[in-house]
Write a protein that binds this ligand. Structure first.
Ligand code: ADP
Length: 229
């Protein structure tokens, strides 16, 4: 068994009123896995993603990612954790439109304090690998949705994250670009990248996930690796 990258123990998240968004959920994701989190709207998917990204804290339980107790981080510690350990890809890309493709991709390295030459070399390698090198001087607004998502993936991978998190990465793409991004994520996982993605796109889960879990009411209702719980 390989090392756990994500170790979630008995996590609950309660908001002021109503049922808990997450209800005593435990989950282990190992290095090299690609996990797709499915489930109806309101089942707790975004809450789970936010806890793993250190953007929110659980009411109970622990969240450990790449050896870091994410639920215990300060605000500054949490920002550093996101720079060093995770890359994030969103439905609507979240690129900075007044920076070029290259500068968008360089940004995480600058925040980390990586040397300029090393950062340029890493960015060049990623842009080449993801097939967008010819757009490095372009602004994101000039690119297609699929190309923008490739830029966002390059940016997310810049600091060699232990974990790539993706929130509906094909949700805003047309069919062809969606297929393209599905293949890209599958290729990254085949190269060893650990991925956790939240999606409604069953084709995405099928194409790139080695494991699928389904949340219902803040619990894991199905886990195709561990079987029914
Ligand atoms: P999903 O991503 O699967 O649609 P969410 O994690 O967004 O589900 O939501 C799970 C539950 O938690 C829902 O009932 C939602 O209304 C509630 N919830 C999410 N965020 C908040 C919040 N900031 N304040 C209060 N309730 C919230």
């Amino acid at each position: 068994m390989t090392t756990p990258i994500i170790e979630i123990r008995e996590v609950s998240k309660k908001y002021d009123d109503g049922l808990p968004a997450l209800d005593g959920l435990s989950l282990t994701v190992r290095a090299g896995e690609a996990l797709a989190v499915l489930g109806p709207s309101g089942s707790g998917k975004s809450t789970l993603l936010n806890l793993i990204a250190g953007l929110d804290r659980p009411t109970d339980g622990s969240v450990t990612v790449a050896g870091v107790r994410v639920d215990q981080l300060s605000e500054a510690g949490s920002a550093r954790y996101r720079r060093e350990k995770v890359g994030m890809v969103f439905q609507f890309f979240n690129l900075l439109d007044d920076l070029t493709v290259l500068d968008n991709v360089l940004l995480p390295a600058q925040l980390l304090g990586m040397g300029r030459a090393e950062a340029r070399a890493r960015a060049a390698e990623l842009l080449e690998h993801l097939g967008i090198a010819r757009h490095e001087r372009a602004y994101p607004g000039r690119l297609s949705g699929g190309e923008r998502q490739r830029v966002a993936v390059a940016r997310a991978l810049m600091n060699r994250p232990a974990l790539l998190l993706a929130d509906e990465p094909t949700g805003a793409l047309d069919t062809a670009s969606g297929a393209d991004v599905r293949q890209l994520l599958a290729d990254l996982n085949a190269d060893g990248q650990t991925i956790l993605l939240v999606t409604h796109d069953l084709a995405l889960a099928e194409a790139c996930a080695s494991r699928t879990i389904e949340l219902v009411d803040g619990r894991i209702a199905r886990d195709n690796l561990a079987g029914m719980r």
